[in-house]
Design a protein around this ligand. Sequence first.
Ligand code: CA
Ligand code: CA
Ligand code: CA
Ligand code: CA
Length: 430
Amino acid sequence: MKVVRLLMGLTLAAILFAQCTKDDLTDDMQEPVLKGAELSGMYTVTVENVSIPYDYFESGVQPVPEGKTSPGPALPGESYQFSFHAGPQHRLSFGTMYGWSNDGFFAFGDMGISLYNGDNPVTGDITSMVQLWDAGTEVNQEPGADNPHNGANVTDGMVMQMLAVGDGFNYGSVETNLKVTLNYDGNNRFTVTVDNLEGSKTPISPVVWVVHYANQTPLFTEGEMDYGNGLEEVAESGNPELLASYLDMHSGYVSPIAPVLWVLHNKKDKPLFTKGMADYNSGLEILAETGNPEPLYQSLMAAGYETGFEAMPAGSAENGPIFPGQKYVFTIKGEVGQSLSIATMLGASNDVFFSTGDKGIKLSNGKAGKDITHFIELYDAGTEVNEYPGAKGPVDAEEDGTVQTLKDVNDGFSWPEAPQVIRVTIKQNV
Ligand SMILES: [Ca+2]
Ligand SMILES: [Ca+2]
Ligand SMILES: [Ca+2]
Ligand SMILES: [Ca+2]
């Protein structure tokens, strides 16, 4: 589903770009819109984060037991395996039905588990972090293959640990039924194996999983009613579809945009970088790797440029990056014919930044706001090795590269297109 949506998004973007080439738009920008207007003035620039604000990072379902070719339960002696990406800021939650129960499921605590211990990925046997839960959506009956599982529907029950329910039935301990192992594959990728042990008392259902953030309870909240997003179906029938599609709709890459640096210059100058050449070592590396524009700003000031940066989101009293729905608004004093370059870090990256390119864009007359997003591209500073988008690990690796568009880097990752994250408009104040 997500693949389809992503492809649709890319197709749409391709169509939009196909309608006008960069040169057409540059020509248009050079055309004075207001004949006879003042040839200098203030411009207001607005930089917005237009990303879709997904709640979670990644999600999925593994419906096929290892070694099988079609979806189905994992019987005793069988297992499920699934892989995902995560950084130190992420947590993992999953759910799988205790098949021979009415509404029992195995899961971590409601906030999931951390995947890093300081700088080190967590690996090994994590079975002790798994518990058996009662979804609170069906009256319990004796677990087991030969017992009826036609308990009455419950509409006001709470999700609780089975141990706390105290129904008197013997489900076996988690350790006698399951073994859950976490493996680190490198490059921010983990693989989880859920072994349904030979001596297990029950089959288990396809595993639904989600990689999320701290303080989120994506599958359930202990002591509260089921959310109605599909966990009831997982816990009562082992059907993962509803929950998996809900999580899929709410999972994806989201990045903040860092404070925006701007500089005015002559059209022949390339004050920020030269495409295809190493970073000038005047502050772009810091901007691209940490989001801090100040060292680059200081260098440009020292070199005599008209420059500045905006670090305070509109309507906020504190400096910080802009998240989806937020924007920076700032004013620059420029002259028609001067070039404007901007640079701002794509927050959830190693050294990727948005820029108008090494030549910048030409300021023109016109009090109507112009959307200049089509001049903005994502660049890689060539100073830190890229990692899986949004799952940056704790250790950084120096990169001895050149500044180039992210497209030209070809790092094999699927990054967003610039207009999926940023919108930049400029308006001349008359
Ligand atoms: Ca129950
Ligand atoms: Ca029910
Ligand atoms: Ca570096
Ligand atoms: Ca890089």
